[in-house]
Design a protein around this ligand. Sequence first.
Ligand code: SAM
Length: 236
Amino acid sequence: MDDARPGFDAVWAQADPIEGWLTRQQARVLYDAVHALPPGGTVVEIGSHHGRSTIVLASALPDSSRLLAVDPFDPGWRYGGPDTRELLLAHLAAAGVADRVEVLATTSRAARTSYTGAVALLYVDGKHDCRTVRDDLRWASFVVDGGVVLVHDAFSSLGVTLALLRTLPISSRLAYAGRTGSLARLSVRRPGVGDRLRYLRELPWFGRNLLVKVLLRLRLRPVARLLRHHDVHDPF
Ligand SMILES: C[S@@+](CC[C@H](N)C(=O)[O-])C[C@H]1O[C@@H](n2cnc3c(N)ncnc32)[C@H](O)[C@@H]1O
């Protein structure tokens, strides 16, 4: 049977105009990882905002699979606001994926405590403080052996980096597999020494990103360029 899923370029054309922080290369990683899944599974996204990543994940879903998009749309938070959920739903409808996405307007923790079943792939991009990210990573206990966990801002946000730093070196089930920019790829399997070392070797790059962020706040873009950061935006 023909694969009815749109190709990555068509999907990115839909997602790119939507506000968000996911880069094209990172979107490609999300798309390919979901595209490779067997049919019939559940993908979980923590933090959907206006749907930039949600559309990429949903468009790549195999037959009879679904995406659970978890976001509290908290108006008190800087990326929340009363219109956020409506915008997300409108973007999903425009991309033709609304029927594959179940939007849960609640926190990651509340959704997790009532969740049962297996997860084929987990994408973490919710609140970025260390405590919340550590909590988000507990969703990994639902991810099938050999499955994939993707974490955005893993090397560009202090809270996310600290959460991974407190989780990965001692985890018996999450192995660091690499990164695309600050998007970390974790495999659900017993990590070896090499996996743990590979992760620790990335930390100087995180230090460089923190420094770039400080330089951009201080309007010292020429100095940031010396660190090979040529964008006006933070490194993602
Ligand atoms: C960085 S944005 C997500 C961006 C989105 N993935 C994209 O590609 O555009 C973070 C999102 O996490 C949501 N969020 C905040 N706290 C959360 C929580 N406890 N559980 C799930 N999502 C949360 C926010 O409402 C916000 O929409």
